[in-house]
Design a protein around this ligand. Structure first.
Ligand code: AP5
Ligand code: MG
Length: 241
């Protein structure tokens, strides 16, 4: 049983939640649950790049080179793609950002865009999982190509092996879950992620969650943490904060 979600913000302002964690920490799993529960858009940078790759767009073609090597896609491509998504009507009520920002440059671009609109991030939730566990998780991950539901062969299996519970579609594995690419993703992407954490620690909006608990308990811990959202900018100004 998980705790109920926080009440909607009194000013109707957008709730912008950042979910941060290394590859395999459970960002996508938790963002899907929270998005349904809180009625917020789930914006995942990795999913945007994979869709661009599938559609054969120029952004997808440029991203391919980096994703295959487990490297971060350059900031200028990522920022443009992600900001366009955040400006869409689907994110009008707020959004859970899964996988963005991943560098301090991306974080500063996000902060500046929100500030121009009189907004700021509500909270950053860091899902902390030790590296050995991450490798095991990614090697057992299976995904529905139709609806994107994430499974794990051992810890969160579908009812019928290899088939999506919702769609009945055959599950697939991600190309970048090959062990050598997983190692590269962790080696190259964790250091900039820690810099992003430090950036937001300085703003006092970070909650650290133990991501090694069962999925439902991680969700409950996140729901508890986001109850500690900052008050909207306008309300704090009135309070003389
Ligand atoms: P992206 O798709 O974001 O990959 P990632 O960050 O490596 O994270 P994953 O999606 O692999 O893991 P996750 O944390 O979502 O875990 P999940 O919930 O699936 O990015 C892909 C690539 O795109 C990057 O490598 C980069 O090249 C590029 N990119 C993306 N964003 C970028 C950016 N901002 N800048 C530049 N480049 C960017 O869970 C994993 C498994 O664990 C599943 O099988 C799940 O069932 C299981 N699991 C989940 N929770 C638990 C639990 N509590 N207990 C046990 N098992 C669990
Ligand atoms: Mg993911």
């Amino acid at each position: 049983m998980t705790s109920p979600g926080p009440a909607p913000r009194a000013d109707g302002g957008r709730r912008i939640l950042l979910l941060v964690g290394a590859a395999g920490a459970g960002k996508g799993t938790q963002a899907a649950i929270l998005s349904e529960r809180l009625g917020l858009a789930h914006l995942a940078s990795g999913d945007l790049f994979r869709a661009a790759l599938r559609d054969g767009t120029p952004v997808g073609e440029r991203a391919r080179h980096y994703m295959e090597r487990g490297e971060l896609v350059p900031d200028e491509i990522t920022i443009e793609l992600f900001m366009a998504e955040l400006a869409k009507p689907q994110a009008a009520k707020g959004a859970i950002l899964d996988g963005f920002p991943r560098t301090v440059t991306q974080a500063e671009a996000l902060d500046a865009t929100l500030e121009r609109q009189g907004e700021e991030i509500s909270r950053l939730v860091y899902v902390d999982v030790p590296q050995e566990e991450l490798v095991a998780r990614l090697s057992g991950r299976w995904i529905c190509p139709t609806c994107g539901t994430v499974y794990h062969a051992m810890t969160d299996p579908p009812r019928v092996a290899g088939v999506c519970d919702r769609e009945g579609t055959k599950l697939v594995q991600r190309d970048d879950d090959r062990p050598e690419v997983v190692r590269a993703r962790l080696a190259k992407q964790v250091p900039p992620m820690l810099e992003v954490l430090a950036h937001y620690e300085r703003k006092g909006v970070v909650s650290r969650i133990d991501g090694q608990q069962p999925i439902e308990q991680v969700t409950a811990a996140i729901m508890d943490a986001i109850g500690k959202d900052r008050a909207p900018v306008a309300a704090r100004a009135q309070d003389g904060d």
